[in-house]
Design a protein around this ligand. Structure first.
Ligand code: ZN
Ligand code: ZN
Length: 166
């Protein structure tokens, strides 16, 4: 999905944080509620989409600072949250202790390295055997699910001298 040429993307406001944040430029919160795709957000989104490493906010800050030298880490954090609320960025809640972001908003699964914490994509087509129905969790109202695989990445396997393959 490309946001090139888009100035304003309209999404329903569903984040209390966003409404309560007076620092953000909001237009007609009560009626149309468009989240503005500001030029700063465009840069963050573009840089995030360039990589598939699912970077942390700190990583994205380093990337964005090359283009907007005076941007602050707080601004990058805040804009990542807004881009996530807009649905153009995925926030990976299951990515270990550091929150990571994904420039691909489409539904897909992830695999996380238990050694170095790196995260890679797993296409939904590769998870055909996963069988789940929400009724199996009685008393909960299930709204969504995420599958996170754990493993040891290629680089970490190489570091361990191929012990795992023995
Ligand atoms: Zn690893
Ligand atoms: Zn991903």
């Amino acid at each position: 999905m490309s946001c090139k040429g888009l100035r304003v993307i309209k999404f329903p406001v569903h984040s209390k944080n966003f409404i309560n944040n007076p620092g953000e430029r909001l237009v007609n919160v009560t009626t149309q509620s468009p989240f503005r795709m500001t030029s700063q957000r465009q840069v963050i989104l573009r840089e995030l989409k360039k990589v598939n490493i699912h970077p942390t906010a700190d990583d994205i800050y380093v990337m964005v600072r090359k283009i907007i030298p005076h941007v602050s880490l707080g601004t990058v954090y805040r804009n990542l949250e807004i881009l996530s609320d807009m649905g153009v960025v995925q926030k990976l809640e299951c990515a270990g202790n550091q929150r990571r972001y994904d420039g691909n908003p489409e539904r897909h699964h992830h695999i996380r390295c238990i050694e170095c914490g790196s995260v890679a994509d797993v296409s939904p087509d590769m998870v055909t055997a996963f069988d789940f129905s929400p009724e199996r969790i009685p008393s909960w109202h299930v709204v969504d699910h995420r599958v996170v695989f754990l493993g040891v990445c290629t680089a970490c396997q190489a570091k361990e001298g191929g012990d795992l393959k023995a």
